[in-house]
Design a protein around this ligand. Structure first.
Ligand code: UDP
Length: 309
């Protein structure tokens, strides 16, 4: 099996590449390095079954013959997609279409990395796949949310109208080694700040919630979904829900840091709560996460310690 992974130098993409190589696949990694980092794939420099191509999915490209396409190329952290607004919209539209064409012309399977952001500010809790969401179509976050929602529509149209063998994973907040320290996401910010004895930046009152999935658990769910017969979206995430303040306190305890909190304004349209209903993934894939927040944070903190040492 020869597999294309776009966004291969990103946080999730690089973990997926490692997993696929571990199973004996040959992997073509594709990334324009706009938010991905060469460091995430540096350990593969001498891996003969891995080829890296630098490029943008928004331009037509030919990765050679492939049996499967995993489309993970997109800016994904709020500060990055706000900065790369048009690029994010293009990655979710033109870019997704290009990668779908590659899958179709190779008769390859296709899995697209979608997101819990499709649910927006959810009026149903926890979020089931059947919930249509509550998204502001013109707010600052719309560049990400609407690109991902359009991408889901595009993927479903390629499945229904062209017979493409597609899969959609709705990824909830995920963390672990290789999160970029300057990426701006909550766990990477808190861990980096705690280790540097800087103030932990809490947006709003910190009473908004997220449900954090450790990266290895997420990748396991994605690999299982890629081999399934399911074409409609499937939530993959950890249903254990925490307030941002609880998460901050856990990071302080595990790092032993004496950092205090600095309260900053809540970003516009920042969802107040988010938690996956994973009944579908459990029934369909026999999947559920195994790593709790504490265990996952310990591994993440270790990684950040090594990186800053
Ligand atoms: N957040 C925070 N401090 C930070 C970064 C994020 O309080 O330094 C909050 C943010 O407002 C959001 C939550 O943490 O409510 C998760 O943010 P993140 O950017 O990780 O992902 P999101 O779920 O918003 O895409």
């Amino acid at each position: 099996m020869r597999v294309l992974v776009t966004g291969a130098a990103g946080f999730l993409g690089s973990h997926l590449v490692d997993r696929l190589l571990g199973e004996g696949y040959t992997v073509v990694g594709f990334d324009n390095l706009s938010t991905g980092s060469p460091e995430n794939i540096a350990h593969l420099a001498n891996e003969s079954r891995f080829n890296f191509l630098e490029g943008d999915i928004c331009e037509p490209f030919n990765p050679g013959p492939v049996d499967y396409v995993f489309n993970f190329a997109s800016p994904a952290s709020p500060p990055k997609y706000l900065e790369l607004a048009i690029e994010t919209l293009r990655a979710g539209s033109v870019g997704v279409e290009n990668t779908l064409e590659i899958a179709l012309s190779n008769n390859a399977g296709y899995l697209h990395a979608s997101t819990s952001e499709c649910y927006g500010e959810p009026l149903e809790h926890p979020q089931r796949e059947g919930y249509w969401g509550n998204v502001n179509p013109v707010g600052p976050r719309s560049v990400y949310d609407e690109a991902k929602r359009y991408a889901e529509a595009l993927v479903m149209a390629y499945h229904r109208s062209r017979g493409a063998n597609t899969h959609l994973v709705r990824i909830f907040n995920t963390y672990g080694p290789r999160l970029h320290p300057e990426d701006g996401r909550v766990i990477s910010n808190f861990v980096a700040q705690a280790l540097a004895n800087q103030l932990l930046t809490i947006y709003g009152k910190g009473d908004q919630t997220r449900s954090f999935c450790y990266v290895d658990d997420l990748i396991e769910g994605i690999v299982r979904l890629s081999r399934s017969e399911e074409h409609l979206p499937v939530n993959i995430g950890n249903p254990n829900e925490f307030t941002i303040l609880e998460c901050a306190r856990e990071v302080l305890e595990l790092t032993g840091s004496k950092s205090e909190f600095r309260y900053l304004p809540m970003p516009e349209d920042d969802p107040t709560r988010r938690c996956p209903d994973i009944a579908k993934a459990k029934a369909l894939l026999g999947w559920e996460p195994k790593t709790n927040l504490r265990q996952g944070l310990i591994k993440t903190i270790e990684y950040f310690r090594r990186k800053t040492a």
